[in-house]
Design a protein around this ligand. Structure first.
Ligand code: NDP
Length: 513
């Protein structure tokens, strides 16, 4: 374990609120428009990582259940009304879903907080933020279209249709369960696709509630199906089954690459949103206070269990020690503890496994010569709580500088000049996002152009808008979500060529009349 004797201690844990007394949420699967248990009647439970009590239970799907869900989605696509509806009709349903989310936001936020361990305030922001994603997808349902080419000569009109790709398998993780589903599902539905959804077994409640909302909003039977259970049994068939046309996955690079390989073998379209080791690059001429706040927010938001986490800071060597002290001081003010406490900013880690992975990564960093400057330990209390951690003296070649840790751990790395910063930023396998902090526009643009990242924030961090595409370079993924092409990603193009008038270019002489 980490020797933390001379390390400033992190903030004490917030006092536990009394967890609201409520019965465990009774999750069901939704297949072909019917609420159902698993074929063999087995169920599994999810306990709160902060409090230990059972929050929810779900059917553990069998292969037969997954097969039934895929068949229902396939039938709904081949025969159902959904792919043929007018864009405006699909848009109305998506807008009704947005209203349904608003109406049940508090119930969803509480379950999201209890299952993930994230602060209730952040769960509220996540759920209400989804409303905008569904509304944006509704706007695209009406405006996404193909193209017409009137430039091919007098006797030819070319039309490029955009048709829904078919049945889409959606596999989502535990860190932002309802948000990540809402980055995918409304856009697939706007395109006219049908879907099978597999949420993480740790956090399935809000996905099940969303299905209730979809049913009430008028999504026809079979268009969206939810199967709950384990990755290999429930998720893997979505990459392999012949009736699935596209797989959209968010999660670890390890599982994403496994599923991407399987899906490609079966010639399916794949969209992968994977991990990150996102650098915030700090120059001495930045707005200091704004930068320090954004560094602390960037690494501790969602307890660092965030693909976009600003988990490493590259700081100019001339200010490295001043920066470290400022960030340590600020990080010690971040309230940690019971996710239901109104002041909480860092809640519980999602699982014992995840917590041990994080501690193992800290230990490896220390063994490689890095120095813990804050935290580094589990809190000695009930619940899976980890101290906000800062690691200094990190060298770019260390694992702690390159590997995704997915916890509240910041690695600080010094750089010599702008090119050095860009080189270090690009020395990981990932390329999801990055930030640059400087008041010099040339510095900002040079870094923004030079880093391998799907998103670069300039003098800010973690802002996001449905209008802006999101996704990664390199091992951070394949494809983009959101943005105006979000619906197009769930379509195939079909070229239709219309000949006008008598055909003149006969291949053989025209037969005599
Ligand atoms: P996984 O990639 O294992 O889980 C993501 C989703 O994939 C879950 O729904 C999971 O189901 C499912 N899954 C797992 N194994 C398979 C499989 N063989 N076939 C099909 N589906 C599968 O992530 P973890 O939950 O294990 O987290 C591990 C690491 O992944 C984290 O430490 C972090 O580094 C990274 N991660 C990245 C995320 C991101 O946003 N990019 C999100 C979450 C994790 P189930 O949960 O039921 O096993």
């Amino acid at each position: 374990m980490t020797n933390a004797t001379s390390i400033p201690s992190a903030t004490p844990l917030l006092a536990h609120e009394t967890a609201p007394v409520r019965e465990a949420f009774n999750g069901r699967m939704y297949i072909g428009g019917t609420w159902t248990e698993s074929a063999d009647g087995l169920r599994f439970e999810r306990r709160s990582p902060a409090h230990g009590h059972v929050v929810s239970t779900f059917p553990e799907a069998t292969s037969a259940d997954v097969e039934a869900a895929i068949n229902a989605a396939d039938a709904a696509f081949r025969r159902g009304p959904w792919p043929k509806l007018k864009g405006v009709e699909r848009a109305r349903v998506l807008l009704a879903v947005a209203e349904g989310i608003k109406a049940r936001a508090e119930e969803m936020a509480l379950l999201e907080s209890l299952e993930t361990g994230k602060p209730l305030s952040q769960a509220r922001g996540e759920v209400t933020g989804c409303v905008d994603l569904w509304q944006y997808a509704a706007s695209l349902a009406r405006t996404t279209s193909g193209e017409a080419y009137d430039t091919l000569g007098e006797d030819m009109l070319g039309i490029v249709l955009r048709q829904p790709i078919g049945v889409v398998g959606l596999i989502t993780p535990w860190n932002f369960p309802i948000w990540i589903l809402s980055q995918k599902l409304p856009f697939a539905l706007a395109a006219g696709c049908t879907c099978v959804v597999k949420p993480s077994e740790l956090t399935s409640s809000t996905t099940v509630i969303l299905m209730e909302i979809l049913e009430q909003a008028g999504v026809p039977a079979g268009v969206v199906n939810v199967v709950t259970g384990k990755g290999p049994t429930v998720g893997q068939p979505l990459a392999e089954h012949p009736a699935i046309d596209m797989l959209s996955f968010t999660g670890s690079t390890r599982v994403g690459s496994l599923l991407g390989g399987l899906a490609s073998k079966h010639l399916k379209k794949v969209a992968l949103e994977l991990g990150g080791k996102n650098p915030q690059i700090v120059f001495p001429d930045c707005d200091w206070d704004a930068m320090v706040d954004a560094v602390v927010f960037g690494v501790y938001f969602n307890a660092g269990e965030c693909c976009n986490s600003g988990s490493r800071v590259l700081v100019h060597e001339s200010i490295a020690e001043r920066f470290t002290q400022a960030v340590v001081e600020r990080a010690r003010q971040v309230p940690v503890g019971d996710p239901l406490h109104p002041d909480c900013k860092i809640g519980a880690i999602v699982s014992e496994n995840q917590l041990n992975e994080i501690l193992g990564n800290i230990d490896k960093g220390v063994a490689a010569g890095a120095r813990v400057r804050l935290g580094g330990k589990r809190y000695d209390a009930k619940g899976l709580f980890l101290e906000p951690t800062i690691i200094g003296d990190v060298k770019p070649e260390m694992g702690i500088a390159r590997d995704e840790i997915f916890g509240p751990v910041l690695a600080i790395i010094a750089f010599a000049d702008t090119q050095d910063a860009i080189d270090i930023a690009n020395e990981t396998a990932y390329g999801l996002s990055a930030a640059v902090w400087s008041s010099n526009i040339d510095t900002c643009l040079t870094v923004a152009r030079g880093v391998d990242a799907g998103t670069v924030w300039v003098n800010t961090f973690l802002d996001g808008y449905p209008e802006l595409p999101f996704g990664g370079f390199k091992a951070s993924g394949v494809g983009r979500e959101l943005g105006k092409q979000a619906v197009e990603d769930y379509t195939e193009t079909k070229t239709v060529q219309l000949h006008i008038g008598a055909r003149r270019n006969w291949w053989l002489p025209r037969p005599a009349a």
